[in-house]
Design a protein around this ligand. Sequence first.
Ligand code: SF4
Length: 467
Amino acid sequence: MAFALTTSSSSTAISGSSFPRSTSSSDLKVPQIGSVRLPERHATVNLSRRRCAVKAVNADPKRNDSIVPLAATVAAPELLEKEEAEDFQQLAKELDNASPLEIMDKALEKFGDDIAIAFSGAEDVALIEYAKLTGRPFRVFSLDTGRLNPETYRFFSEVEKHYGIRIEYMFPDAVEVQALVRSKGLFSFYEDGHQECCRVRKVRPLRRALKGLRAWITGQRKDQSPGTRSEVPVVQVDPVFEGLDGGIGSLVKWNPVANVDGKDIWNFLRAMNVPVNGLHSQGYVSIGCEPCTRPVLPGQHEREGRWWWEDAKAKECGLHKGNLKEDTAAQVNGIGNGAASANGSATESDIFNSQSLVTLSRTGIENLARLENRKEPWLVVLYAPWCRFCQAMEDSYVELAEKLAGSGMKIAKFRADGEQKEYAKRELQLGSFPTILFFPKHSSKPIKYASETRDVDSLMAFINALR
Ligand code: SF4
């Protein structure tokens, strides 16, 4: 059944009880949400040149590890198999002047059931409204960090009722939260920064969710954070997270409101009579976890209401870390210069934390490299905690270590940035972060893992071929 959309000068009403069949974007009618700010230059679209193949929807069992399938709405129709590779950099250029509704429609059309809207419980409810207006089935997920305001939980419920959907909540790992809180207390982020807590409560659950998708939709806007979001394109190959097929480049990120001003989002929400989070009427603009979000005064930038005790340019929680530009070239190459490494050391806590992993000191790895007759083979990752590619492989590497615990195969890490970098480049074949080396049982020469696919299965295949 198709819904009817009628508008008048004073009100807008939508009626209908279920989604219509596919509607072409050219047929879509929606009130304009005001002026769409055009980007100043196309060169600001910061996309990977890597091409991404969009494959047919399939019933990949891996999805069971991430978002609960189809919990949000209605099953999407099967997509026709598309064999051609898609150039998302080009698509971003083509869609740069498109309306959010057109962009949303294109995203849902392309990815069907393999895409979901990331909903924070704030004004990004506009994304859900746009998705509904396309008439296509859509999915919504949200990260329940356990630290949200009561108003946000009530708002989630209201949104579910309003749209007749179930939000697919993602929760943090209970053991990780327990370890963090028991060792550092409930408010450690005020002392040593929000990254560690955000990693446990947000980034890892997000990573799990995205591993079940081929694309996601965010409410990022260029005007939200001048330091980190000023170059957000409307669509891009996700520079940080991995999708269903694994590996960097396997996930597409859509930002339909990238070019829209905050005030125009609000005009749209009012025009469509969309429910909003009660915190907005108390002065909150940006909404996140209760301890890390506060109202802002008129004239204050919305990001001043988040992690206000930290530096203004380091306010991404890790969900959109690809936006961070600290020494971008160095980071992309995986080898930071001294300044970048120093920054990373200061703001990033360590990664690959597991009792199944051996942490090698400089002496430790020197001894390992010298041994000609090792008792057991070793796999060692040379890493830097601030490197986004290292962060992206963290879960799979830890899982690998836990899987191989007690098997006679040692899994280890060696932090190779800063003053260790020259040594690692000279002696350990370090070219970029992460570098993974296999030290065989009976040979002194380590073998370098050449692939950029760093999931557990690929690493296991590498190990099994050599040990
Ligand atoms: Fe933790 Fe604050 Fe990050 Fe929420 S926003 S996950 S409470 S540091």
